[in-house]
Design a protein around this ligand. Structure first.
Ligand code: SLL
Length: 258
């Protein structure tokens, strides 16, 4: 869409907004009974979603989300819109197999941005022999494949810039600290329009500054390990080269050759 004449890009500005997308699956069983009418070969219920980190509002920049499911599923194109602030754009389904879901994010019209596409693999089983998979098993029956992502708006148009950065209107007559009145009159504390993420991790909120610190620690440990391995390999190589030199010298000595 061509921007109207009065719209200008805010130069040199980049706004980022964290969000999460992914899938949560659960095996049918005693604690997750099959809803009546579910086909006999379906083994899991699952959800695919796009939402804010810590359930913060993303509806001021994300207008709607289209999920393209596997063609074996009836009506595979699902458009989700009119989500209340702080809610999730999500689809609930049941099935038996894993596949790649196409997630198309549509921005609010004021952004004048084209939609963007993400791809996500629906995971039904915690696979692998890794610590991560074992930890997933220990944590419980939900199979989560969640991705932290940051939406970047580079030099947004001025009207959209105002929307992105405006504080939420405070409730008249004062609610408690942090209480906000959102579109539609809903009151809650879905947070400011900022890029902040929570300080600590909670069971259903795995992305936080704490997670970030742990990840940095993990990367640093891996870097040290790789360096140690490289040093060891370089020592081994030197040793082998010395041995090769020695053998060559012995071989070239008079009387050795037959
Ligand atoms: C596989 N390539 O073989 C994948 C395909 C398809 C998943 C997975 C059917 C759901 C329904 C369903 O779970 N399809 O019948 O509504 O693993």
């Amino acid at each position: 869409m061509a921007p109207p004449n009065n719209q200008k890009r805010v130069k040199g500005v980049q706004i980022h907004r964290p969000f999460i997308y992914g899938t949560t699956a659960k095996l049918f069983g005693e604690d997750n009974p099959k809803p009546p009418g579910t086909p006999a070969d379906h083994t899991h219920s699952w959800t695919v979603f796009v939402k804010g980190v810590d359930d913060t509002d993303i509806t001021y920049w994300c207008k709607k989300v289209q999920f393209k499911l596997h063609e074996s599923i009836p009506n595979p194109m699902r458009m989700i819109e009119d989500v209340p602030p702080g809610g999730a754009f999500e689809v609930h389904e049941t099935g038996w197999g894993e596949f790649e879901i196409t997630i198309k994010i549509y921005y609010v019209p004021e952004s004048l941005e084209k939609p963007q596409t993400l791809y996500h693999h629906l995971r039904l089983h915690p696979y692998g022999d890794t610590e991560e998979a074992k930890e997933a098993m220990r944590r419980g029956p939900d199979i989560k494949s969640w991705i932290y992502e940051e939406q970047i708006f580079s030099e947004p148009y001025n009207e959209f810039y105002d929307i992105l950065t405006s504080p939420m209107p405070r409730e008249k007559g004062g609610g408690g600290k942090g209480t906000r009145v959102m579109k539609g009159g809903m009151v809650g504390s879905v947070g400011e329009r900022t890029a902040s993420i929570p300080l600590t991790t909670r069971p259903d909120q795995p992305f936080s500054r704490e997670t970030e610190k742990l990840e940095i620690k993990r990367l640093e440990e891996a870097r040290v390990k790789v360096n140690d391995l490289m040093d060891k390999m370089s020592d081994d190589l030197k040793e082998k080269e010395a041995e090769l030199d020695k053998l060559k010298r012995e071989y070239n000595q008079p009387g050795v050759r037959a």
